[in-house]
Ligand binder design. Structure first.
Ligand SMILES: N[C@@H](CCC(=O)N[C@@H](CS)C(=O)NCC(=O)O)C(=O)O
Length: 224
């Protein structure tokens, strides 16, 4: 298959997988386990930091290899959008589309730091309650911006669902593990709206899948 996505369950590569599913593209998904498999010489030649996502596109004459989930979203839209998920240069919503495309990472860096604190740092004595409190607060502040923006609208852009809802939707999918999303009623409804989409559902691992990053219902109720 010409499109190949390197993916770990529930990692940022879920953004790329979800978008591929929204666009109904044929792609091979290579599922890697989160950890040592990402540090193999072979995989490091695809992503120099050994992270996911990584997308290869060998369609026709193309020989594209890309990492960074935001860049992959833009690339897929630019090349394969048949569903009006892109806002191309010149589109009146272009600037706003770009802003939310990248804001997705502003949210996720806090969730990633909380993932490190709650999961990746195995030894509890090396975890920091201060970092956890601070990052939770910063995550909530970033979500509050969405709460204000989404008043009176179903999606981030006035014109309706687009690829930026996929990027932000993933950020909320993980963010909700570290803060109670029901404290943000509009965002909560927005997330639930997104989570009902068949393409989102197709991007989730099976409940009993191996190599899941998140095995708890939430981490914000944990004693720290
Ligand atoms: N800004 C990058 C971040 C990529 C990233 O850090 N991915 C994480 C998963 S969510 C990863 O692969 N981590 C593996 C590691 O740090 O060992 C993107 O959006 O693609």
């Amino acid at each position: 298959m010409a499109l190949k996505l390197f993916h770990c369950h529930e990692a940022r590569s879920m953004r790329s997988l979800w978008l591929i599913n929204e666009l109904e593209l044929e792609a091979e998904t290579i599922i890697l386990s989160f950890g040592e498999a990402l540090r193999s010489i072979d995989y490091l030649s695809k992503h120099p930091l050994g992270r996911v996502p990584c997308l290869e596109d060998n369609t026709g004459d193309k020989k594209v290899a890309l990492f960074e989930s935001g860049a992959i979203a833009e690339y897929l839209c630019e090349n394969y959008d048949t569903k009006q998920l892109w806002r191309e240069p010149g589109n009146p919503e272009r600037a706003e589309w770009l802003q939310w495309l990248h804001y997705a990472e502003t949210i996720t860096v806090h969730a990633a730091s909380l993932t490190q604190q709650a999961i990746a740092i195995y030894d509890p004595t090396l975890r920091s309650p201060t970092v956890r409190k601070l990052e939770t607060r910063r995550l909530e502040k970033a979500i509050e911006v969405l709460e204000q923006h989404l008043q009176g609208r179903d999606y981030l852009l006035e014109s309706g669902f687009s690829a930026v809802d996929v990027g932000i939707g993933y950020s909320l999918h993980v963010g909700r593990l570290f803060t109670d999303l029901s404290a943000f009623p509009t965002v909560h409804q927005y997330y639930q709206r997104l989570a009902q989409r068949p393409a989102f559902q197709q991007s989730l691992p099976a409940k009993d899948a191996e190599h899941r990053i998140y095995t708890a219902e939430n981490y914000w109720l944990e004693e720290v």
